[in-house]
Design a protein around this ligand. Structure first.
Ligand SMILES: [Zn+2]
Length: 703
């Protein structure tokens, strides 16, 4: 079957969806009581309460491994106990940590300039004067010292070095200056690229065209980054394997085997430092050599040259890499009927400085969500399935806390985890921007129709409006439609990674976005949030309501509300985007069509059984076990070629953190390794076949 003739199936499946009950996975009777339960839940969260939490979490810088971040872990554990959560625990993982002892960046010729690597304080915002704020640094940088010529390499991507080569410039043994790019490419990818090119050091600065005055008003008068703002971050090669670099693929628990740091593939071998454009300008002004290409000219009103001669820089980095504890806080509300089916809600706690957006907005929303659940529990509510809450640590360093926890409890999670619902930051503005695997995407659309946004309109209406505006800006010609509202192309860069890519469990991520130019800077603070991001804390509150509603919809469902026909349509889109070359896609397309047909039939059978009230509890339990098995069936135990930790055959991330669908197949085609591509296509076809058979078997259980 060709992709083209599959449109008939898409139409058929769409008409079947229209017949379904208003609440997918619920009989009419149960839908009514569920509606009441969700409304009762959504009435509790309040902007005043969530603001109080937010002020508490943003009072001090709290990076991973710091004493303050440990105090916040204890605070969360205590609060969850007071709120009435069950089984509150703190897990400790001693992991490789990388904190700066001292960092020097100075131009030694043709003029002397020592980079301040500091962010300027402002009187209107006393938090910016906090002496605990660190300077410019990048976690996992190598330590060392070098004095060498400086070369400008634009965004620091491989193609940029080709341009330098064409201009006769090698970066071997030199220091490379690059800027954070828009669209985003992960700074660890810039580091790996510079390391492969043989550079001795890497300086990354924030240009005003990307997140500064070229975009709009800057802090403290607006949401964009001012002259001295610095984007800190890690350069860990966690696209190869995330988590503690010394325990790749197993948990950093007490007594676990650790590999030597020199053998750890995710530890960079290059020195790297983050800086502001205020510092970088002094270097750029003095650089000579050929004028950089037009597309490399930045937002500063000075010509950018490629350099390589006149400017020499002394770079000295001294990092403390002693192991430090990461603390994961966990709590549960044990399920009354299906305690071994888990809905996991998680957010990371560690921040580069105050982290008002990233991640404390999410932490505040989570604490308000647990307060609401606790209040309902005190009134006698107990979910059918178990809800688990998690406050991760070390996300910013290498997705460390969630990865270690996921690896420690891998066996249980593989069979019990219904879905992982991630919120990294909850709010940097009003635009809803969720992502999810294809089978969970329709549920997010369905939920959004019943939830009221701060404007008084439904979240669904607001979402369509902001999505349409974003597409015009991104020159994306797709009209906004229900089946493309949710982003189903998932990269990496947050805590869902271990659950999706390693454990092959369903994931979704929720987020509200807006103009945000102070990412990973000290200006990402309470002042920024309460003036620009969410002054009334209404979107923080909306996130508590939405996140909790999604969890309750999953925890109470009679039949888990996954849509495998939607999943199949997504996989068909992924496959049709591939450049086929010499690979025979015939059987793969056939398998996708079979999976789509099986998914559509199952949707219809479930909807009928629920509508007619003919669903026996024992049958429902079996159906749900099979539904949970579907995601596991995407696993390839060998993992991706060269990246064995990444097991999922539909999703992975590129080294840039960019999304990567059908990763084994896509990477093989991009390398023009057609034998490997054929093998990967067959692995995918087999997974699709397993799942089509599983859905048929499930359909046969229903009346
Ligand atoms: Zn974050």
């Amino acid at each position: 079957m060709t992709i083209r003739s599959m449109s008939i199936w898409i139409l058929m499946a769409a008409s079947l969806n229209a017949q379904e009950s208003a609440m997918t996975g619920y009989s009419r009777e149960r839908a009514r009581s569920q509606q009441q339960l969700e409304e009762q839940f959504r009435a509790i969260p309040s902007p005043e309460e969530v603001k109080k939490q937010h002020r508490y979490f943003t009072a001090e810088p709290h990076p991973a491994g710091s004493e303050r971040n440990h105090e916040l872990a204890l605070y969360i554990a205590d609060t969850w106990k007071q709120q009435g959560m069950d089984d509150v625990r703190i897990h400790r993982y001693d992991v490789l940590t990388s904190l700066p002892r001292s960092i020097t960046v100075e131009m030694v010729s043709p003029a002397a300039y020592r980079a301040s690597l500091r962010e300027e304080p402002y009187d209107v915002d006393p938090d910016t004067k906090n002496p605990a704020i660190r300077g410019g640094w990048l976690s996992m940088s190598a330590s060392g010292e070098v004095t060498a010529p400086l070369v400008y390499a634009h965004s620091g991507n491989p193609a940029d070095y080709d341009v330098l080569r064409r201009n006769g410039i090698s970066v071997k043994g030199k220091i490379v200056l690059v800027r954070y790019s828009n669209p985003y490419s992960y700074r660890g990818f810039k580091a790996l690229t510079a390391q492969r090119e043989g550079a001795a050091g890497l300086l990354i600065y924030s240009g005003p065209a990307e997140d500064g005055y070229k975009r709009g008003k800057v802090f403290p008068d607006g949401p964009w980054g001012p002259e001295s703002h610095i984007q800190r971050g890690a350069i860990t090669y966690d696209f190869l394997v995330p988590g503690d670099p010394l325990t790749p693929g197993w948990a950093s628990v007490d007594g676990a085997r650790r590999i030597p740091m020199a053998d750890a593939v995710s530890v960079p071998k290059i020195m790297a430092v983050a800086m502001s454009w205020g510092d970088a300008r002094h270097l750029i002004e003095k650089m000579d050599g050929p004028l950089a290409p037009q597309s490399w000219q930045g937002g500063l009103p000075i010509p950018y040259h490629l350099g390589g001669n006149s400017v020499r820089v002394h770079l000295k980095v001294d990092m403390d890499t002693s192991p430090k504890p990461n603390y994961v806080v966990e709590a549960r509300i044990r399920g009354g009927q299906l305690p071994d089916e888990w809905i996991l809600l998680g957010n990371h706690r560690d921040a580069w400085e105050f982290g008002a957006v990233d991640p404390s907005s999410g932490t505040a929303s989570m604490m308000e969500l647990t307060r609401a659940l606790g209040q309902m529990k005190a009134q006698g509510f107990r979910p059918r399935r178990t809800l688990i809450l998690a406050s991760w640590d070390g996300e910013e360093v290498g997705l460390t806390g969630s990865t270690e926890w996921g690896e420690e409890f891998a066996d249980e999670l593989k069979t019990k985890l219904v879905a992982y619902l991630n919120v990294d930051w909850s709010v940097s503005g009003p635009n809803f921007h969720p992502s999810a695997i294809g089978s969970l995407a329709p549920l997010l659309v369905e939920l959004s129709r019943g939830i009221t946004a701060p404007s008084g309109k439904s979240l669904y209406q607001e979402w369509r409006k902001s999505a349409a505006a974003a597409r015009i800006e991104a020159k994306d010609s797709r009209p906004v439609a229900d089946d493309n509202l949710v982003e189903t192309r998932i990269g990496s860069g947050s805590d869902f990674t271990v659950f999706l890519n390693y454990l092959c469990r369903p994931t979704a991520e929720l987020e509200f976005d807006g103009p945000y130019g102070v990412y990973h800077s000290a200006y990402d603070d309470f002042f920024w949030m309460s003036h620009f991001g969410d002054p009334g804390y209404r979107y923080h509150t909306l996130m508590s309501q939405l996140w909790g509603t999604l969890a309750l919809r999953l925890s109470e469902a009679e039949i888990l509300p996954f849509d495998f026909a939607a999943y199949a349509r997504d996989i068909a889109r992924f496959a049709s985007a591939l450049e086929k070359g010499k690979v025979d896609f015939g059987s793969l397309e056939q398998r996708i069509a079979e999976f789509l047909a099986a998914g559509s039939e199952l949707n219809a059978a479930i909807a009928r059984a629920l509508a007619e009230g003919r669903l026996d509890a024992r049958v429902a339990e079996h159906v749900n076990r099979n539904i949970m098995q579907v995601e596991s069936n995407w696993a390839n135990p060998d993992g991706l070629p060269g990246r064995p930790w990444f097991k999922h055959t539909l999703y992975a991330a590129r080294y840039t953190y960019g999304h990567l669908e059908l990763p084994g197949l896509t990477e093989a085609i991009e390398k023009r390794d057609f034998a490997q591509a054929q093998r990967q296509a067959e692995i995918l076809a087999r997974a699709l076949q397993r799942n089509a058979a599983l859905l048929h078997e499930t359909r046969a259980m229903l009346p």
